[in-house]
Design a protein. Structure first.
Length: 116
């Protein structure tokens, strides 16, 4: 059974950087497009970025374009989100999932808090 585990969150000042990781169990990671999503307090879970199976194609939400970079290492069954120039409005719990979403794969997420 596939499991996704997010890590790398933390507390950072505005303008700082963080790198999130999404580690996948199982042997099918490279077969699927993957995505990052985030949920701020009191808000719905929103799309952040996605990447195709090979890493050759990426799409970003307008709010993070130019600041965040999604990547993957299929040999390590891991996806990453490099977040630069962080803003207080980036504060949220960040989740990874396949793209399109597979509901049963939601993990615990990793908290990102950006202070002003």
């Amino acid at each position: 059974q596939v499991q996704l585990v997010e890590s790398g969150g933390g507390l950072v000042q505005a303008g700082g950087s963080l790198r999130l990781s999404c580690a996948a169990s199982g042997r099918t990671f490279s077969n699927y497009a993957m995505g990052w999503f985030r949920q701020a307090p009191g808000k719905e879970r929103d799309f952040v970025a996605r990447i195709n199976w090979s890493g050759g194609s990426t799409v970003y939400a307008d709010s993070v374009k130019g600041r965040f970079t999604i990547s993957r290492d299929n040999a390590k069954n891991t996806m990453y989100l490099q977040m630069n120039s962080l803003k207080p409005e980036d504060t949220a719990v960040y989740y990874c999932n396949r793209y399109p979403i597979q509901v049963n794969l939601w993990g615990q997420g990793t908290q990102v808090t950006v202070s002003s």
